[in-house]
Design a protein around this ligand. Structure first.
Ligand code: TEU
Ligand code: CA
Length: 507
């Protein structure tokens, strides 16, 4: 399981109201207790923070807000000592407008760095070179730079100019960045919007039916695949295990699946259709089947994500009840594939309600980025008013409080992770669906030999009889984990309660 940390919101070691690397380092022991295998750190590089770090001004340094290079070195060492791997967020599609490369690039059309970014003359009618839209707001993905009278491309904010990956010098420089971090001991990278790297050399308009959609959700080009194969060779050139997980933001599983290549591109890719699936058995059955059907059984290992720093938390999306969030934990940790968990999910956090005068993100994503509540003190571990308001229920929904209560959702996550570590079937085994009543999904995870686990999830708000079809499968099975903690250690149930899920194993 990979645990995503948004450093600004995780823990604050120097009391300025902004989380930092020291804060992460202080809490590694807690993450080891929880059973985290790896952490993915959202960007901590030098940045003017127009997109809270996804606008990088120096790929090889830590922003003073988060600490210094020594802190990341120490964090990597401490994490490794606890058996936790460290994955960094690498943002290769765009830099900050304040990156020295872009400062040079925009200075003149003759500058040697000009071709590192995508510059074009205005269209014949005088507007932007094509109809691509930027993310976050319905504005063109092009900004006219008065110095040279040309437009530059930015698929996100104007402060995030896109690099031109068709330029070998860009590739060389970015490979250097990757080596810089791999040489420092990081175990892998999460690659930001990796499907955007290859672009149509003609920069043709997006099709009329997609007018208004940001180009980031549409860009799916053959040019990206050789770029990925080169990156894969670089990463696999390190003898010990290193890993690339790509953010392929295409809302279509078969399209996403191509980014695994033939086992020679991404090691892992995020599966956004699952993140956007509703809490509904048929929706989940469909996304799981589509994923299984689209990914090569040998070359492509699935991933599952319910929440991240860009979207409302799944407890909100699924209607707000804690019982559903608990059942979702069993779902996430029971599926075949690598689960990614967004910090706070294990506390059952809801998004913060952010009053208009505290909104800071241009993409409106503040709610899910609320600070993590750590304890019962007044600021819940944040001694200075944090950069965003704390999430609701922090008085009871904080780490210390939930850790002291074995019946809490935090302990549920811990028990599930313990079970994953104890069973090869659960961690790596095959997955076969079982015949279950409507509204319930059930599947068996198995490896050769006797090792197997059964997962049952009731997506409905009613009690469901499991029925005779399942009897032969779950007879002589015990409840290893129940989402509500009820009946653990006892025989497999005949019914599931509303939004209840169980993990069963042979007795
Ligand atoms: O996100 C890319 C992306 O496509 C999303 O921002 C998407 O547009 C959004 O979720 C819709 O709600 C990545 C990072 O995860 C994000 O934080 C950055 O802002 C973005 O890239 C630019 O680097
Ligand atoms: Ca701080």
């Amino acid at each position: 399981m990979v645990y995503q940390i948004y450093p600004r919101s995780f823990a604050d070691s120097n009391h300025d109201g902004i989380g930092d690397l020291g804060g992460v380092r202080d809490r590694l022991g807690h993450l080891a207790w929880l059973g985290v295998d790896a952490i993915w750190l959202s960007p901590f590089y030098r940045s003017p923070m127009a997109d809270f770090g996804y606008d990088v001004a120096d790929y090889c340094d830590v922003d003073p807000l988060f600490g210094a290079l020594d802190d990341i070195d120490g964090l990597i060492a401490d994490a490794h000592a606890l058996g936790i791997r460290v994955v960094l967020d690498w943002v290769p599609n765009h830099t900050s407008e304040q990156h020295p490369w872009f400062v040079e690039s925009r200075s003149s059309t003759a500058d040697p760095k000009r071709e590192w970014y995508v510059w074009r003359d205005p269209s014949p009618s005088g507007g932007p070179p094509n109809n691509w839209r930027a993310a976050f707001s319905p504005v063109p993905a092009w900004t006219l730079d008065p110095t040279t009278g040309q437009y530059y491309l930015h698929c996100f904010l104007p402060q995030q100019p896109d690099l031109d990956w068709s330029n070998p010098r860009v590739v060389e420089a970015m490979h250097g960045v990757l080596r810089f971090w791999l040489d420092r001991g990081v175990d892998g990278v999460r690659i930001d919007v990796v499907h955007l790297l290859g672009k149509d050399p003609d920069l043709a308009d997006d099709p009329p039916e997609s007018i208004g959609l940001p180009h980031v959700g549409l860009n799916d080009r053959p040019e990206t695949h050789p770029i990925l194969r080169d990156l894969r060779r670089l990463v696999d050139g390190y003898e010990d295990d290193r890993m690339m997980v790509g953010e392929v933001y295409l809302l279509d599983v078969p399209r996403m699946a191509k980014y695994y290549g033939r086992g020679d591109e991404l090691h892992l890719s995020f599966n956004f259709p699952a993140l956007y699936a509703e809490w509904d058995a048929d929706c989940w059955r469909e996304v799981i089947d589509t994923t299984t059907g689209a990914l090569d059984p040998i070359d492509a290992w699935p991933t599952w994500v319910l929440s991240n720093h860009d979207n409302p938390r799944h407890r909100n999306r699924y209607g707000g009840s804690e019982s559903r969030a608990r059942a979702a934990a069993v779902l996430l940790l029971g599926l075949r594939g690598t689960p990614f968990l967004y910090a706070g999910e294990e506390l059952g956090l809801l998004d913060a309600e952010v009053p208009p005068d505290r909104v800071v993100d241009p993409g409106g994503r503040d709610g899910c980025r609320a600070p993590i509540p750590w304890d019962d003190s007044v600021g819940h571990g944040w001694t200075t008013d944090p950069w965003l308001p704390l999430p609701p229920e922090s008085t009871v929904r904080n780490v210390a409080h939930l850790r002291s209560n074995p019946a809490s959702i935090l302990h549920l996550y811990r028990r599930l992770l313990e079970q994953r570590h104890a069973s090869l079937a659960l961690e790596q085994g095959d997955q076969t669906f079982l015949a279950t009543p409507p509204g319930v999904l059930g599947w068996i995870r198995s490896t050769v030999g006797d090792d197997h686990r059964v997962i049952l999830v009731n997506f409905t708000a009613s009690i469901v009889e499991l029925g005779a079809d399942l009897d032969p499968v779950i007879a002589e099975h015990l409840v290893l984990v129940a989402s509500d903690g009820v009946g653990e250690g006892g025989p497999a149930p005949r019914t599931l309660g509303p939004d209840q899920a169980v993990l069963l194993g042979p007795s």
